[in-house]
Design a protein around this ligand. Sequence first.
Ligand SMILES: NC(=O)c1ccc[n+]([C@@H]2O[C@H](COP(=O)([O-])OP(=O)(O)OC[C@H]3O[C@@H](n4cnc5c(N)ncnc54)[C@H](OP(=O)(O)O)[C@@H]3O)[C@@H](O)[C@H]2O)c1
Length: 301
Amino acid sequence: MKVLITGGTNGMGKGVAKVLAGKDNQRHEIIVLCRSKKLGEEMIKEFEKTTFNKNISIILCDLTKLNDLRNAIQEIQNKHEFLDGLFINAGLGYAAKRVETEDGMDPHFQVNYLSHFMLTLNLLNLLEKSENGGRIIFNVTEGGKIFWDDMQMKDKWGYEDGIHQAMVAKRMFLAKLHNLYRERKGVKLSFVGFQISQTVWSNQINIIPAFMRIMATTMKIFGTFISIEKCGEIMAPLFTENQEESLKKSGKFITWKKNKFIDIREDINVLDPEEQDRLWKISLELCADEKTSQIAANLHN
Ligand SMILES: NC(=O)c1ccc[n+]([C@@H]2O[C@H](COP(=O)([O-])OP(=O)(O)OC[C@H]3O[C@@H](n4cnc5c(N)ncnc54)[C@H](OP(=O)(O)O)[C@@H]3O)[C@@H](O)[C@H]2O)c1
């Protein structure tokens, strides 16, 4: 499988990248979209040493910048003829204050949701060429709401609200993509929302304030957290399973409990086609990218 992972230099993305790189006799090719060349190159060295997989590469992209993203999309299209999997994962977590991106957006909205909206639409052509059944796995969590009147959270900001808004937006996006592809003839792709059921000991621990770190470290002793590698082991089958199994999960929101994947009941507003269309339209306007709008229009034809 050839899998592109956003945010694979730390946390859950790194765990999935590492496990996939070492799985099935190093058969899988891993492409990591990351913002730091240094971290990306260190990750390649580490994985080559620990997994013996030499088929790992990086695409540099800061997801707070739509211009960077346009270049990264072009680079992926130039370098790759197909993709089997895409892990929509990179995300901002804790932030002390709201800092607007150069595109004038709330960073949680842009990094965790909008940039992934644009990336996904622009990579569908490569996933459609997969001979193993293209699939997109979205790293999501339950709950959250869209602040329709203040999506960029200019009036009332909170990093947790920002994270949760992006989560609900990603779930609406995947549900809409699933519906669009269900109606398409001949082409099948799977769109799966996955929530990890235990907190992953990720790089967030180095970013959060000291008092939160002390609390987390205490909780770690009681086994509250799982490692990034354990997270990778749980999630890897979603990328390597056959297309039939993957299609059965498409459009669903699932988690892993008692050694199996189980469904989570999705919120009614996430499944509402009118709300999905409203978000889709706003997202296209914010991307302000002709090619992305064209891809979106073609999906409706
Ligand atoms: N940890 C959990 O238990 C948990 C549970 C449920 C959901 N999640 C979600 O999982 C995702 C990953 O979180 P994590 O806990 O694994 O955190 P993490 O260790 O901080 O990893 C976040 C990843 O996203 C990348 N990233 C952040 N901003 C970026 C940008 N502007 N451009 C490109 N890449 C960027 C980071 O790059 P660098 O390596 O350069 O920092 C890093 O690789 C998030 O969406 C989070 O909400 C986490």
